[in-house]
Design a protein around this ligand. Structure first.
Ligand SMILES: Nc1ncnc2c1ncn2[C@@H]1O[C@H](COP(=O)(O)OP(=O)(O)OP(=O)(O)O)[C@@H](O)[C@H]1O
Ligand SMILES: [Mg+2]
Length: 313
């Protein structure tokens, strides 16, 4: 049985088990959905614990006017791998195989090789209806998986500015980033962007905590930055770890600038109504992809995904 067939079968099993999978998520002409077996959903000893505390950026932003090269950080690939994040130098793994299937259409759309050209297709937002569905985990894995491609470079952005977790998840200390650029437009993206030991992966932290962080994320300055990113880095795929759609308003505003939105749905954890509302909130986005995370049958975890395409403003 092919991967897609297995996945389709798995999703059907989930449907029968009562897991809500909206019809809208299945576009004509594409595999209905896929779900792939995975061990990753099982707790791993290094899995980072959930923390309500945001990362506090303690390092001051660099002096303005300096557009020198980005700072380089070391990712501990072994620790990341132990917490379920793909490592680019490892031999084929099941998780890597899963993300290989998931990333293909995203890359095609981003590079203008999809069915139709997509405005800002290289801006990909990872969100969910509610907190704790696996957005940051998915964003990190997608970024790592895409960074393994020969042709693609990736920027992973922590846009969950009021509850950032990406740096902690990647084992990195707090650092200036997105909020610093939004507060002071004379700071250039390159000054706060972190290059990593994964050659094609750079990380933009959420930055120094700000009382009006959520307003900044929904601001005109952010809209300008996104347009700038989409054009200036059009050869780069930019993945945004984002706040959940149903408990924040800024996530919707952010989604309205994105070419593609991945909605992570925690299997057997998210009510069908919530998924529908979340999809409705991003109706205007050209490409919407649903990813079923941590679906389980017996002792085995699995991912699933399905696609929802819609065209509009
Ligand atoms: N498929 C998975 N396999 C293993 N662990 C997972 C998986 N998905 C999520 N996790 C773990 O579950 C926890 C919650 O996931 P994550 O932080 O990605 O959720 P989130 O949607 O970003 O949450 P928040 O809304 O609070 O930002 C993390 O510890 C993460 O490592
Ligand atoms: Mg998160």
């Amino acid at each position: 049985m092919s991967l897609i067939e297995q996945a389709a079968k798995r999703l059907e099993e989930l449907r029968l088990a009562g897991v809500a999978i909206p019809e809208a998520a299945t576009p004509p002409g594409l595999p209905p959905a896929a779900s792939l077996p995975s061990e990753v959903a099982a707790a791993s000893p290094h899995a980072p614990a959930r923390h309500p505390q945001p990362d506090e950026a303690v390092v001051p932003p660099p002096a303005t006017g300096d557009s020198g090269p980005s700072r380089r950080v070391e990712l501990d690939l072994a620790a990341l791998s132990a917490s379920g994040i793909i490592r680019p130098d490892a031999p084929r793994s099941q998780v890597a195989d899963e993300y290989r299937v998931i990333k293909r259409p995203l890359i095609a759309n981003a590079m203008g090789k999809g069915a139709a050209p997509i405005a800002n297709g290289n801006l990909i937002m990872v969100t969910s209806a509610l907190p704790g569905e696996g957005k940051s985990f998915t964003a990190a894995n997608l970024a790592m998986s895409i960074a393994m491609e020969l042709d693609n470079t990736v920027m992973l952005v922590d846009a969950d500015v009021s509850r950032p977790s990406l740096l902690r998840m990647m084992g990195l200390p707090p650092a200036p980033g997105l909020l610093d650029i939004l507060v002071d437009e004379s700071i250039d993206l390159r000054q706060v962007l972190l290059r990593t030991n994964v050659e094609k992966l750079s990380i933009l932290p959420s930055g120094t905590q700000h009382a009006r962080a959520t307003e900044l994320l929904a601001s005109d300055a952010m809209a300008r930055l996104l347009e700038d990113m989409a054009s200036r880095y059009s050869d780069r795929i930019i993945i945004f770890d984002s706040p959940p759609l149903l408990v924040t308003t800024e996530a919707r505003v952010l989604a309205s600038h994105m070419g593609q939105v991945v909605v992570v749905v925690k299997a057997e954890g998210t009510a069908q109504g919530d998924v529908k509302h979340a999809l409705a909130a991003i109706e205007g986005c050209p490409v919407r992809l649903m990813l079923l995370n941590q679906a389980k049958t017996g002792a085995q975890g699995s991912y699933g995904y399905g696609y929802g395409y819609g065209y509009g403003g």
